[in-house]
Design a protein around this ligand. Structure first.
Ligand code: SF4
Length: 391
């Protein structure tokens, strides 16, 4: 069965806008919105703003005007992903686990492995994506800490990505995210209600799931997940004695990048690929023993999520570059730039999740993978997604 990704979104998208509106009008429901790292540097474009302009505060205002009860930030989920993923990497290195470990936050890449390279499934990090981690945490936390039943909550994410719609339907992640709107769909919805994003005042996302570090925000650009993970992993491996923050060797638009970090004598070798043809090349090199690495990141779209199939059109190379620069400037401006230093992450572990990588965290924040045919057979609405899911 041929499954193609449509980077321009020209093929029909599964659009859940009407279902989101139904939920917003339902007085029995509490409807939460969370938006992805790369949405903040692209959603301004349909409203005449420049690509790369960071519009977090205006976006929060806009979502509140649409009627969302709470507005959270998928960047919190990205910080959570890094904390769990860095812990998993260190554990695999120290305990002889499967290496190289691969990132698992891009559903286009996960699909690709499950469908074409199932031999690499054990390499995938068991961490859920930031979208799924945040969704699972929000619902279980609300139930246990605030006494709100999971059925009452509708969690809507705003993503740069049509493949995230598929991810939300995976049986393993069922219920974590109720509806996914792309950046384009949200822009259309705002225009339908005459909400001009560019003219809105700034507002703040709700706590505790609205706070993020610089490491989280660069998730939206190729190399960003790797850089974020290195910031935490080397900090922990070195006992806090390693003061390097920016890993520029993993930045940039080259389709395949390699780097190594010497952490007090322990060498960590990494690779970063964007686009699935680059991923194919990298897997080939790993299989043939041409490279020896501990960890690699793959993002299916050119440039990473800044160039995702759900972003505003046009989405030229120049615009992707400017969106990337926007995320790096957001990172530089954050007071805290390492995921494990996010005080709300620390508080959520202390108050609710317990130990990083512990039993409860594992239950809520980790997942499993399988060959994609199995998933295809179980998804009822797969036909709606054909043509939008990355290879
Ligand atoms: Fe989605 Fe593309 Fe980002 Fe992967 S790289 S999560 S397919 S937008």
């Amino acid at each position: 069965q041929c499954v193609v990704r449509c980077p321009t979104g020209a093929l029909t998208e599964r659009d859940d806008t009407e279902k989101v509106l139904e939920a917003l009008y339902d007085p029995e429901k509490l409807v939460f919105a969370s938006f992805a790292p790369s949405v903040r540097v692209a959603i301004g474009e349909p409203f005449g703003m420049e690509p790369g302009e960071v519009v977090v505060g205006k976006l929060v205002s806009a979502l509140r005007r649409l009627g969302f009860d709470r507005v959270y930030d998928v960047n919190f989920g990205a910080d959570l992903t890094i904390v769990e993923e860095a812990n998993e990497l260190i554990s695999r290195i120290k305990n002889g686990g499967v290496l190289p470990m691969a990132t698992s936050c891009c559903p286009g890449w996960v699909n690709f492995v499950e469908k074409f390279h199932p031999e690499f499934i054990p390499n995938l990090s068991s961490c859920k994506s930031p979208q799924a981690m945040l969704g699972a945490l929000v619902k279980s936390y609300m139930k246990e800490i605030e006494g709100i039943s999971e059925e009452k909550i509708i969690h809507v994410t705003i993503m740069p990505c049509t493949a995230k719609k598929y991810e939300a339907l995976r049986p393993e992640l069922s219920g974590d995210t109720d509806y996914v709107l792309t950046t384009r769909e949200l822009a259309r919805l705002l225009k339908r209600f005459d909400i001009d994003l560019s003219k809105l005042p700034e507002d703040e996302a709700d706590k505790p799931f609205g706070e993020y570090t610089g490491a989280a925000t660069i998730f939206g650009v190729t190399g960003g997940v790797m850089e974020a993970a290195l910031r935490t992993a080397v900090d922990w491996l070195s006992g806090g004695t390693f003061d390097k923050l920016e890993f520029t060797a993993v930045r940039g638009m080259e389709d395949l990048k390699f780097a190594e970090v010497d952490v007090n004598g322990t060498i960590i070798r990494v690779a970063v690929a964007h686009t699935l043809s680059a991923a194919e090349k990298l897997l080939h090199m790993i299989k043939n023993g041409e490279v020896e690495i501990h960890f690699f990141e793959v993002m299916a779209c050119p440039g990473g999520c800044v160039g995702g199939g759900g972003q505003p059109i046009p989405s030229t190379t120049e615009m992707i570059k400017r969106r990337s620069e926007g995320l790096y400037s957001d990172d530089e401006k954050r007071v805290l730039r390492k995921s494990h230093e996010n005080p709300y992450i620390k508080a959520v572990y202390e108050k609710y999740l317990g130990a990083i990588g512990g039993e409860k965290a594992h239950h809520i924040l980790h997942t499993t993978y399988r060959v994609v045919y199995d998933i295809l057979c179980k998804l009822e609405k797969w036909d709606n997604l054909l043509g939008n899911t990355p290879q």
